[in-house]
Design a protein around this ligand. Structure first.
Ligand code: ARG
Length: 459
């Protein structure tokens, strides 16, 4: 059988393999709601411009509503022979309303149709992800507020560096997610222009009103160049880049949760809800959800790479290559969404082990910088020299097998005779974090203030 949509000049139908490689209905049926919304906007515009009759437009709208109800009610049979969502919907519309269905495709092509449908879908995805990210920020900011004073070691090179607070650490992720959300918001501004009415590529001879359809679909304006309108997939690329960066952020927290929940660290306890046991080792509690979140950038970055490669070197305007934009994007969006949800659950349920974290924060001579700062402040020593003296004191403590606060005053004075008992005040982890009052620093008062600021913004 030749194709009903363009059978005019075709003698035979497609080969089975042609049908298999060509059809997109298996995945683009996801776009049914956007496709129907686009068609309704187009039909209303055609009627207003006198291109089709008002009664035909009414029939088309009624028919499209029925198609949507059938799809949502699970009664719709998708056909591979009809290739994609556009032709599946249109064919069913014809079955329902007859002749007027054939007028819907006036001044339109599947090229501007898919560009419109996919933009609408990506815009919805941006909004959905943004809402989820906000939820995760809230969970982190709440943890930060309750743990503004909970001391933990801050790391560089995964070596204990300086004491910080757990709340401060949580807020670092709140900041990252804020940038992720602002990248999504930026992308949304640029993507919110309508390709509809660009038709196949060159525009149309019919007196259409592109501003009307743009407004009806919530776009800010129609795209200015019809070639660009059907050839552009920047909106997907931008979403995928933002998604890849966001997934990378989540993977860093995921990795920390994996490390923190080991028996070696014991910094946090994860809930039963987000861990699994082992089928052989009864003692095990594995952070599977965190490990999977850690792994997600693989496929999300893969989706970005895949679409960049598809688009690279593609001549204007539409080529069927661009049909390959959808599956990776759907997969990336679904998986990022799942990762954010899992992360929000883990963060909400996670219980920090304050005692263990404090002990770890006090190890590894983590207040050596505070000691050097004391020498600078009290003895007016240049920092470079103070660093050297503090280093010698660390070496001494290491030799004696003790921590800095346990060094005897007379031993310290053998290295620097001007050191007084006053130095002990800065060697505790509590004193160390409390002193970090510079803007953006880890002092509990700062952290509590920042957490409250975020909670106010997010609630
Ligand atoms: N299924 C196609 C896609 O996803 C729709 C556009 C088809 N256009 C065309 N000229 N064959 O890209």
């Amino acid at each position: 059988m030749t194709n009903k949509m363009w059978g005019g000049r075709f003698k035979s139908g497609p080969d089975a393999i042609m049908q298999e490689i060509n059809a997109s209905i298996g995945f683009d049926k996801r776009l049914y709601a956007q496709d129907i919304a686009g068609s309704k906007a187009h039909a209303a515009m055609l009627a207003q411009q006198g291109i089709i009759s008002k009664s035909d437009a009414k029939e088309i709208t009624r028919g499209l509503d029925q198609v949507q109800a059938e799809i949502e009610g699970g009664q719709f049979t998708f056909s591979t022979a009809l290739e994609d969502i556009h032709m599946n919907v249109e064919q069913r519309l014809k079955d329902i309303i007859g002749e007027p269905a054939g007028r819907l495709h006036t001044a339109r092509s599947r090229n501007d149709q898919i560009a419109t449908d996919f933009r609408l879908y990506i815009r919805d995805a941006v909004e959905h992800l943004d809402g989820q990210l906000k939820g995760l920020q809230l969970a982190l900011a709440e943890k930060a507020e309750s743990h503004a004073k909970t001391i933990m070691p801050g790391f560089t090179h995964l070596q204990v560096a300086q004491p910080i607070t757990f709340g401060h650490h949580c807020l670092a992720y709140v900041e990252m997610l804020a940038r992720d959300r602002s990248r999504l918001a930026d992308a949304r501004v640029r993507m919110n222009e309508s390709p509809l009415g660009a038709a196949a590529l060159a525009g149309t001879s019919f007196p259409i009103d592109r501003t009307m359809t743009a407004r009806a679909l919530g776009f800010d304006r129609p795209m200015r160049n019809s070639l660009d309108a059907v050839a552009d997939r920047d909106f997907v690329l931008e979403l995928l880049s933002a998604a890849a960066i966001c997934a990378t952020h989540l993977s860093r927290l995921a990795e920390e949760i994996v490390i923190w929940s080991t028996t070696q660290f014991r910094f946090v306890k994860l809930s039963d809800k987000f861990t699994t046991g082992s089928s052989i080792m009864p003692q095990k509690r594995n952070a599977d959800a965190a490990e999977l979140v850690r792994a997600k950038p693989g496929r999300i970055l893969g989706a970005l790479t895949s679409l960049l490669v598809v688009m690279k070197g593609l001549p204007l305007t539409y080529s069927k290559d661009m049909q390959e934009d959808k599956e990776p994007a759907f997969d990336a969006i679904d998986n990022l969404s799942l990762a954010i949800a899992a992360m929000a659950g883990m963060v909400r349920d996670l219980v920090p082990n304050a005692e263990v974290m404090r002990l770890a924060a006090a190890s590894g001579f983590s207040t050596a910088t505070d000691l050097a700062d004391w020498l600078v402040r009290t003895l007016k020593m240049p920092f470079r020299e103070a660093h050297h003296v503090a280093g010698a004191l660390v070496a001494l403590a290491e030799k004696q097998g003790c921590d800095l606060p346990e060094l005897k005053l007379e031993d310290m004075q053998k290295i620097e005779k001007r050191i007084t008992r006053d130095v002990y005040k800065v060697l505790t982890v509590e004193a160390s974090v409390a002193s970090r009052t510079s803007f953006g620093g880890t002092a509990p008062a700062n952290v509590a203030r920042q957490a409250r600021r975020w909670l106010k913004l997010l609630k």
